[in-house]
Design a binder for this molecule. Sequence first.
Ligand code: SF4
Length: 254
Amino acid sequence: MLHSLYRYTVFRMFYMSESNSNVCIWNESRIRKIIEILFKTHNVDLDEFILKNALDKVHSVPNYFEILTAIILSQNTSDRNAIRAFNNLKTVLKEITYENITIVDESVLKSAIRVAGLANRKSRILKELAVILQKNPHYLKDLERMDVKEARKRLLELPGVGLKTADVFLLMVLKKPTFPIDTHINRVVKRLGITSSSDRYEDVRMKIVNYLNNDIDSLAALHLLLIVHGRRICTARKPRCYHCTLSDLCCRNL
Ligand code: SF4
């Protein structure tokens, strides 16, 4: 009995360490496998994303201020609410420009964006941003010619622009190599074991960017796919591991 228990324990120790070390070693091809699997798993409806709604309305010359406004509206709320707030604002202002945001009555602005939450804070930020950018009308356009590090630094100097907002703008709008991490992505990459549970925003961002060798298309695809996976399968309270197509690759750090 003792003998078989010993053999079982040794087997478990060996098997588990072997299994975990295999499962939890990440490299570029393994991350690309995640993209490939998620791409086949999820029918991504880009209309679910605030950015698609903002970019759809961009004509020949992108209105970067309008797009940045959309991203700010999406802070601390769902994309659905952000889209509603954005559309309300478009209805009120017709076009989201520095001038229009500056002159619109603050109560009208708040009322238009209220559905996205934090209306006081967001309306104040939009007003401040509009004043700054009106004085520096090429501020956002100039980011195009900067490298990602410099452009990120400049964006982060603006009111209301935090790490995630800056990275969304840089990757999804200006096509620069970075990786925005929202609450879904943070949860899923840590459960998968791609990054450790103690990693902070910058650690996670740099790991993913390095794994994917600054490949902008792959970074953007992974960003969208992990959000969708976090919303539909790897949910915060009850991850649906039995239905998860990433199951074989996952360290399940739950
Ligand atoms: S196996 Fe479970 S924990 Fe891992 S990604 Fe899938 S749902 Fe999340």
